[in-house]
Design a protein around this ligand. Structure first.
Ligand SMILES: C[C@H](N)C(=O)N[C@H](CCC(=O)O)C(=O)O
Ligand code: MG
Length: 370
């Protein structure tokens, strides 16, 4: 099965409530969809989110990097040579991880179709169902409490609470949420780089002294502040997780080798797809460190890839933050992953298991080669 062309489209889904973090605020899930065509008539789906404040990638940059630097090298390649294709994708250009992720996802989808098996089975096998947390956007305390109540009513028992835009208010937000929901849910915090090291130690020691039990705190300080992360990890009992600091296998080795953090958040938009995500999951296992599979605010095409990986790598990946599609008003993708509250069910169809996609908006000039 040979790669013959690549098509591009956009997919836009309105959110139930605006997604607000210390880094950005958005009201839609917007994916650039990549469709790889083959000489056998099979197509593979991949997708990428635009998160310039985290990856530096936009839909425009993803599209031009694929067309200009990567796609010309993929034309004619055999899907059965999966590792070789991933190597070409990874080495065609530096960085641009979201572009690489979208392409790798579509290639892995086709690999499953070639062997007529769901991806999680080809990757080693695992459970067909997973449980995700849900994100609570940073907002005023009343809105955050009502969002938590809604999430709990929908069956979620792990809340990923966004904070990081005001230290004192953040402490009050966490205290209020813990008071109302701390007994019935696990609470994760994601600061999205909003604090510095001393502020983090102050806030977490304060919360610990009040017996506020947090499952983990994600990326409290700037992505390049490894010294700050280590300073925090050495001074608090709450587990510290790296997100924006952990893109590459090399960074993950440094983070774990030097005891900079306790946990790693793997996202395919940061690793450049599944091949490096697998590599990082294996590295965390070597260090006997825990890891999470996470997502950007992205729809269910890319999340399906991450979910198949999480299923097959359940020994390494113990925490799941794949709630992107659950935050949308609807899911235009049929097959793939199905959400029912916190439960994610993987399709048993081949590859990612996607059957069809509604409301795809083709992009002008969005076919390669033209
Ligand atoms: C959606 C997911 N639960 C999440 O919170 N991801 C964020 C980044 C999302 C974005 O800005 O698109 C994270 O873990 O930092
Ligand atoms: Mg994060």
């Amino acid at each position: 099965m040979k790669i013959t062309a690549i098509r591009f489209a956009k997919l836009k889904v309105p959110l139930v409530t605006p997604f607000k973090t210390a880094l950005r605020e958005v009201s839609f899930i917007e994916d650039l969809v990549v469709i790889i065509e083959t000489d056998k008539g099979e197509i593979g789906y991949g997708a990428a989110a635009s998160t310039p404040v985290i990856t530096g990638d936009t839909h425009q940059s993803i599209l031009s990097v694929i067309k200009q630097f990567i796609a010309p090298k993929l034309l004619g390649m055999e899907i059965e040579n999966l590792n070789q294709i991933c190597q070409v994708i990874q080495s065609s250009v530096v960085a641009n991880y979201s572009a690489k992720a979208a392409l790798e996802l579509a290639v892995y989808d086709l690999w499953g179709k070639l062997y007529q098996a769901p991806l999680y089975k080809l990757l080693g096998g695992g459970s067909q169902t997973l449980r995700t947390d849900i994100t609570i956007s940073v907002d005023n305390i009343d809105k955050m409490l009502s969002d938590c109540a809604l999430a709990v009513a929908q069956g979620f028992d792990i809340l990923k609470v966004k904070i990081g835009n005001d230290l004192q208010q953040d402490i009050e937000r966490v205290k209020a949420i813990y008071q109302d929901f701390g007994q019935k849910t696990h609470i994760r915090l994601d600061v999205n780089q909003g604090w510095n090291a001393k502020q983090t130690v102050f806030a977490l020691q304060k919360l610990e002294s009040l017996n506020v039990e947090l499952e983990l705190v994600e990326q409290p300080v700037k992505s390049d502040d490894f010294k700050g992360l280590k300073y925090i990890t050495e001074r608090v009992n709450t587990p510290i997780m790296a997100d924006e600091s952990a893109f590459s296998p090399k960074q993950v080795i440094q983070l774990l080798e030097q005891n900079v953090v306790d946990i790693i958040n793997i996202k395919v938009m940061k690793t450049g797809g599944l091949s490096r995500a697998i590599e990082i999951a294996n590295i965390t296992a070597q260090y006997q460190a825990q890891c999470m599979i996470g997502c950007m605010l992205e729809g269910s095409i890319a999340v399906a890839g991450a979910a198949h990986l999480a299923s097959a790598k359940a020994q390494q990946i113990s925490k799941i933050d794949l709630d992107g599609p659950a935050l949308g008003q609807y899911d235009p993708v049929q097959g793939g992953v199905e959400f029912n509250g916190p439960a994610i069910t993987l399709s048993d169809g081949p590859g990612l298991g996607i059957n069809s996609i509604d409301t795809l908006q083709p992009i002008n000039d969005g076919v390669w080669p033209l």
